[in-house]
Design a protein around this ligand. Structure first.
Ligand code: HEC
Length: 372
């Protein structure tokens, strides 16, 4: 039914997967009057899901609808409708083709087409993720540190630490990071000392065998929000906020996943029940997460004047967590670069020696002509 919108508007030509086309679609949606734009979004999306086109593209459309349309849309409900529709379709798209694949596979086995044909078939058919169970696949974001020639964005680590400290540390521990790890990464030594001293640590025993409290030192580890797991669960309606030290490495999708999770809270689409105390987030496997949305525009005040939008904070805290999960990252890349330079120099040198010094000697022919 929705598809006829597109037909009426004559905008229903198929998405052919090219970037140019994608921009064109985005342009349509941003430049057209809002109602037309949302109809167009729906029409294009229907088309995409009907033709089983990419999940990433579905997500793009969703983000676009999310970001662009509300700015101009005066009729409040329409955007919610777009959301609901997008998600229903996304779910529908993710589950439907699997059944079809199975039938095809069974048919193939029974007709005895195996071996190379089977392999070719499998290679040609992409696995379609079931978004309801596995979570919506996050798009790949251009992280600064993902570039082979880039270190971490250290200003972002510093801001991200601030977000972790002011927001996440209320619930999440960061067990593997000590204060000293921040030195020369995001903070100066004096700053780190001052920050550590603000926290009381239990130490001891002293000469009388008693434990005592002392201010923190750079060698101390980050303080935990809860004394133990039971306390953490009790404080979060039974759910355990996981330690964030290795979170980026521990989740499929890494940075992209955590960023998407933090910014991905939306209303549950029609037909999806979310239990009391849980929150709908399409990126979280299962869709219902115990952590509520925590990042809202202007929640922290950055000392460098960066506007603290929700997505900026999510980006910064994710960069911080990426660093926490791999503090050796910068050194590793620098080392790798040096190794590549030195080893390629040595390779060229050995080629030169083999070819121009060794080869002429090895291949020369010594001829002895005895005197007649
Ligand atoms: C009010 C407490 C609270 C705050 C504040 C909080 N979280 Fe959580 N977080 C939780 C709980 C509880 C869970 C476990 C959710 C579950 O298993 O359903 C969780 C889970 C997570 C997960 C794991 C999701 C997964 O895939 O298992 C990540 C990542 C995360 N939080 C990041 C953050 C970041 C980053 C911040 C700060 C911006 C933050 N959280 C702030 C309570 C909190």
């Amino acid at each position: 039914m929705q598809r006829s919108f597109g037909q009426q508007l004559d905008l229903n030509d198929k998405y052919d997967g090219t970037t140019a086309r994608r921009h064109e679609v985005l342009n349509m949606i941003t430049t057209h009057p809002p109602t037309l734009a949302s109809q167009y979004a729906i029409a294009t999306l229907t088309d995409i899901v009907q033709h089983r086109q990419s999940v990433t593209w579905t997500h793009h459309l969703y983000t676009m609808a999310h970001n662009r349309i509300p700015r101009t849309l005066s009729i409040g409900d329409s955007i919610t409708n777009v959301h609901n529709f997008l998600f229903q379709q996304a779910r529908f798209a993710s589950t439907k083709p699997q059944a079809a694949d199975n039938t095809k596979q069974i048919a193939m086995v029974t007709t005895g087409i195996v071996g190379a044909t089977g392999l070719a078939y499998m290679a040609a058919n992409q696995v379609s993720a079931n978004m309801a169970d596995e979570g919506l696949h996050p798009p790949a974001y251009p992280w600064y540190h993902k570039d082979p020639f880039h270190t971490f964005d250290h200003a972002a680590i510093r801001r991200g630490y601030q977000v972790y400290r002011e927001v996440c540390s209320a619930c999440h521990s960061l067990d593997r990071i000590a204060w000293r790890n921040l030195i020369n990464v995001s903070h100066s030594e004096d700053e780190v000392k001052a920050m550590a001293e603000e926290v009381e640590y239990e130490d001891g025993p002293d000469d009388n065998g008693d434990m005592f409290q002392r201010p923190g030192k750079p060698s101390d580890y980050m303080p935990k929000p809860y004394a133990n797991e039971e306390a953490a669960r009790a404080g979060n309606a039974g759910a355990l906020p996981p330690d964030l030290s290795l979170m980026i490495k521990a989740r499929h999708g890494g940075e992209d996943y955590v960023f998407s999770l933090l910014t991905g809270y939306v209303d549950a689409p029609a037909g999806v029940e979310v239990r009391e105390g849980l929150n709908y987030n399409p990126y979280f496997p299962g869709g219902a997460i115990a952590m509520a949305r925590v990042l809202f525009d202007g929640l922290v005040e950055y000392e460098d004047g960066t506007p603290a939008t929700a997505s900026q904070m999510a980006r910064d805290v994710t960069t911080f967590l990426a660093w926490a999960a791999e503090p050796e990252h910068d050194d590793r890349k620098k080392m790798g670069m040096k190794a590549a330079i030195v080893l390629s120099g040595l390779t060229l040198l050995s080629v030169y020696i083999k070819r121009f010094k060794w080869a002429p000697i090895k291949s020369r022919k010594i001829v002895y002509n005895p005197p007649q």
